[in-house]
Design a protein around this ligand. Sequence first.
Ligand SMILES: Cc1ncc(COP(=O)(O)O)c(C=O)c1O
Length: 456
Amino acid sequence: MSEQCKCGQKALDAETIKKWELDHVLYPWQVQKGLNPLIVDRAEGNYFYDINGKQYLDFTSQFVYSNLGHADKRMVKAISDQVARLETASSPFATEPKAKLAKLIADVTPGDISKTYFSTSGAEANEGAVKLARMSTGREKIISRFVGYHGSTYGAMALSNDYRNWACEPSIPSVTRCLGPYCYRCPFGATYPACDLQCAKHVEDVIRFEGEKRVAGFISEPIVGANGIIVPPDGYWQKIREICDKYGVMLILDEVMTGFGRTGKWFACEHWNVVPDIMTMAKGVTSGYVPLGATSMRPHVAAAFENKQWVHGHTYSGHALGMAAGVAAIEIYKEDNMIENAAKMGEYLIDKVRELQDKHPSVGDVRGKGLFVGMELVKNRKTKEPIHDPWIEGPRTPTAKMKVLGKVMQEGVYCLPGQTSVLMMAPPLTVTKAEIDRAIAAFDVALALSDAEVTE
Ligand SMILES: Cc1ncc(COP(=O)(O)O)c(C=O)c1O
């Protein structure tokens, strides 16, 4: 690394970077003792590089947000042009990039979704959605699902359900959870389609038990992300839409991870032709170049605030850099036909992962849509005992899942663990067949580590 950075600041050596970070940064989601973070120096396209110049294929788009890949020159230009012209203006002012982005989101979201509230993260987008549902219906209760993730603030954690909630309890009141679809491990012990979608019908029961005039909203990820890439069976979302309409419950879909082409459509709900009342977004909306959250709504939701104050806001709502980045990102998704590429490459990816399943006994299930593919690792295909128990508190020794991920990282392929026994594959939408082949070859070697724990 050079003595001087381009920005004019004196460059730090690797040892100092690590020491200052470990001394002064509280790392998210980690037991701090023993951390040894990789120092990432730069990134380009579908790759990032550590401080020694080693290249890594980014096979989960960082935290499933770098949909366009890294350092796209058009993104860099749009953001730098904006910072030079107007870095920010507070939220009561109108700006050209805000107008453009709000219009573009209205254009690319399904149905008559037409108005957006801007924030800076997925959690904030969901907090806004809960407030919108409560204020627009005058009701209080929110139903969310077990096995879901919506962010780490108190409200968003109340909506979520994995071991990470426990640190936030007690969280906000009036949130009830229900069971969701998980065909590989059906919580109702049923099999699709003979099950007649018990998982959807159960939501109606929960609404009625909670009081049909008391439930403001039902929130969920259209395809569960961090908790295991769980794709619902066909008909589930259509049935949920019907139930929400019957009881006047706002359907809130969290498209933070699944939005902007990830699943081979602009938004995952389009796979089932369902339009939510409120949709939340973040991550892919700017491809992570600038933090941005968005809560979009249909006219009947927005109408509630024509004569009543929308009592909500953030200092950086509509920040011009996020707006400019969002505009550029959406234009690039369109210009480069990225959504189509995600659909095409997604088919190639899932076929390849199924080939791994044929070869490796520790791969119990493979599922996904587009470039959002999960591989569930088990100790035994018959009992489906997970290789990685998600329900933990505190530190633990690495499970076979973590060893597999460590091995692929050594081979130069970065993949995010997620929370469950599922390996998440979500490369940038620009991924090529050759890059998929490279990642699959690395997994083919690494899965020997989980196969070694199979008990049959
Ligand atoms: C589906 C979903 N919703 C919300 C969030 C929270 O987003 P953020 O971390 O930007 O607050 C995440 C983060 O991974 C997510 O996957």
